[in-house]
Design a protein around this ligand. Structure first.
Ligand SMILES: Nc1nc2c(ncn2[C@@H]2O[C@H](COP(=O)(O)OP(=O)(O)OP(=O)(O)O)[C@@H](O)[C@H]2O)c(=O)[nH]1
Ligand SMILES: [Mg+2]
Length: 368
């Protein structure tokens, strides 16, 4: 009996390698992100347990006795491992009446863990996947069920502005340094200039040195009208001065945990108006707890959509997926780099599920 590690760029690829070499009977023991000393072999490691028979290559971690171990001992270890694996999977599938966990369902669990999907979301997904598969635990069936269930949990809406308003007003709010200003100027360029719609940007971020200047420079380069507004009354005046259609984007100062007080007047003003479409900008490298805490803090601005920035900076999208699934509000846009205006995409369900399952490396379209 041996434990043998396989490394690859994804859990699925590493499993495929293992199954190819060891056959379908081999038992999956664990999967995880590779430790730093093994990263050169691949980003994910899966460990399989296997009888020595038929393995020509030397193995990495012998346990118990050498390959000549007698079969009763092997059977013992094998049944212990199977027990442990089922216990772990059952504990994770703690929903009432959870069905027996097949190895294939346990693999789905490992995939969700490897992508760092929140435990609560993962348990709910596994329960629904198992029900949807109706006892057919073939890989294709489970994979399709997983994609379908993940897709059901994500909402997207990349419309700009509130329904029924002739002038569309979009404000970006969010924690400091998460890409509000850059995203806003991408939106103005894409949907204003390229869309041939009259567009202007207003910056309420006037207290920090050079903050409004950053926007002023971008706007000047792109030929977009720009106005800095120092107070809420002057913002109101500016908004009321132009009601004849077009797009107005409002940039706001990033407020950290201790600074939310400074945003209350603006938040109250946005909440009073029914024509300001507020998007909360968060970045995908934030931990789920931080995303949830920012969502809670920024509730005073009544955001109705989320933007996720920095898709290019990570391969782990579990926090983004989990946050979107838990908050049940739509994702409007994702941003994929610093290039203005190119690195901006209207969010789609397929893209978000694909990122969450595969880090965007391949399409999460349903298998045939
Ligand atoms: N790699 C990458 N960088 C980004 C992305 N979006 C924004 N950035 C960078 O993130 C940094 C901060 O962006 P800003 O747009 O200034 O962020 P902000 O939220 O307006 O920051 P504050 O106004 O200070 O709160 C800049 O260097 C941007 O170029 C993205 O999608 N990918
Ligand atoms: Mg900014």
């Amino acid at each position: 009996m041996y434990l043998k590690s396989y490394f690859s760029s994804s859990v699925e690829a590493a499993m495929a390698l293992a199954r190819k070499e060891l056959g379908p009977e081999a038992m999956l023991v664990s999967s995880r992100k590779s430790p730093s000393e093994s990263l050169h072999l691949g980003q994910y490691e899966v460990v399989f347990a296997e009888d020595s028979a038929g393995i020509a290559e030397p193995v990495r971690h012998p346990i118990g006795r050498a390959p000549s171990a007698d079969h009763s001992q092997f059977a013992d270890i094998r049944s212990q491992l199977a027990g442990i694996r089922t216990a772990i999977a059952n504990a994770n599938l703690s929903a009432p009446n959870a069905p027996d966990v097949s190895p294939e369902l346990a693999e789905i669990q490992h995939t969700l863990d490897a992508q760092e999907i929140d435990g609560e979301v993962a348990r709910d997904l596994l329960h629904s996947v198992s029900e949807r598969a109706r006892g057919d635990h073939s890989r294709v069936r489970l994979q399709n069920a997983l994609i379908a269930e993940m897709s059901l949990r994500i909402k997207v809406d990349s419309r700009l502005g509130r329904e029924g308003q002739s002038s569309r007003i979009v404000a970006l709010v969010g924690p400091p340094g998460r890409g509000k200003t850059t995203t806003l100027i991408k939106l103005a360029a894409r949907y204003g200039i390229a869309g041939r719609v009259p567009v202007r940007v207003l910056s309420t971020d006037t207290l920090r040195i050079a903050a409004a200047d950053q926007m002023r420079v971008y706007a000047a380069i792109l030929g977009i009208r720009f106005q800095a507004v120092n107070t809420v009354p002057s913002l109101a005046q500016e908004l009321d001065s132009e009601r004849g259609g077009g797009l107005t984007f409002i940039d706001t100062a990033g407020l950290g945990r201790a600074e939310m007080e400074e945003g209350t007047e603006l938040a109250r003003y946005f909440a009073e108006r029914n024509d300001v479409d507020v998007h909360l900008a968060l970045s995908v490298d934030m931990k789920l707890a931080d995303i949830r805490s920012a969502m809670e803090r920024y509730r005073i601005f009544r955001p109705s959509k989320f933007i996720f920035t920095g898709i290019d900076g990570t391969e782990s999208f579990g926090a983004m997926f989990s946050a979107a699934a838990l908050c049940q509000q739509p994702v409007s846009f994702i941003t994929t780099g610093q290039q203005i205006p190119e690195d901006l995409e209207p969010a789609t369900v397929q893209r978000i599920v694909d990122l969450a399952l595969n880090g965007g490396r391949k399409q999460a379209s349903a298998a045939a």
